[in-house]
Design a protein around this ligand. Structure first.
Ligand SMILES: [Zn+2]
Length: 135
């Protein structure tokens, strides 16, 4: 087993600069050393509204295949210009995004959905069952 020092994770996030660090820090709290970041404006809405995921998925595939990413998260955030909907709608969009990412059947067992709230703190919408067992 590899040490935590060479462990990569993948963050699928909005382009919004305010949302990057909270999500990266959350992944680091899950023993991820390096966070590959794949962004699109209002990315949770892109998943939920059936937008084109081709470029996004290609980048996720690269993160998983080249870096052996062991944890994928998708996040929505407060005050999102790219997906200006209510918090409740964001949470539903993130749930949809997690379902779609799971359907890709990547060799990554840890997949979580996150919310970056108005204090720029991460709330877990869907946390993966595998996370607690990692040590
Ligand atoms: Zn945004």
């Amino acid at each position: 087993m590899r040490s935590s020092e060479d462990t990569f994770g993948t963050a699928i996030n909005c382009i919004d600069g305010r949302a990057q660090k909270p999500v990266a820090d959350w992944l680091k709290s899950q023993r991820i050393a390096y966070v590959d970041t794949v962004t699109d404006a209002g990315v949770d809405g892109v998943f939920a509204h059936g937008g084109s995921l081709e470029a996004l998925r290609k980048n996720v595939d690269t993160s998983v295949s080249a870096h052996k990413s062991s944890f994928i998260v998708v996040a929505g955030h407060h005050d999102c210009a790219g997906n200006p909907v209510s918090k409740e709608e964001h949470w539903n969009h993130v749930r949809t995004a997690v379902e779609i990412i799971r359907s890709w059947e990547l060799p990554v067992k840890n997949i979580a959905g996150l919310w970056v709230n108005e204090r720029w703190e991460v709330e877990e919408i869907i946390s993966c069952p595998g996370a607690a067992a990692r040590s």
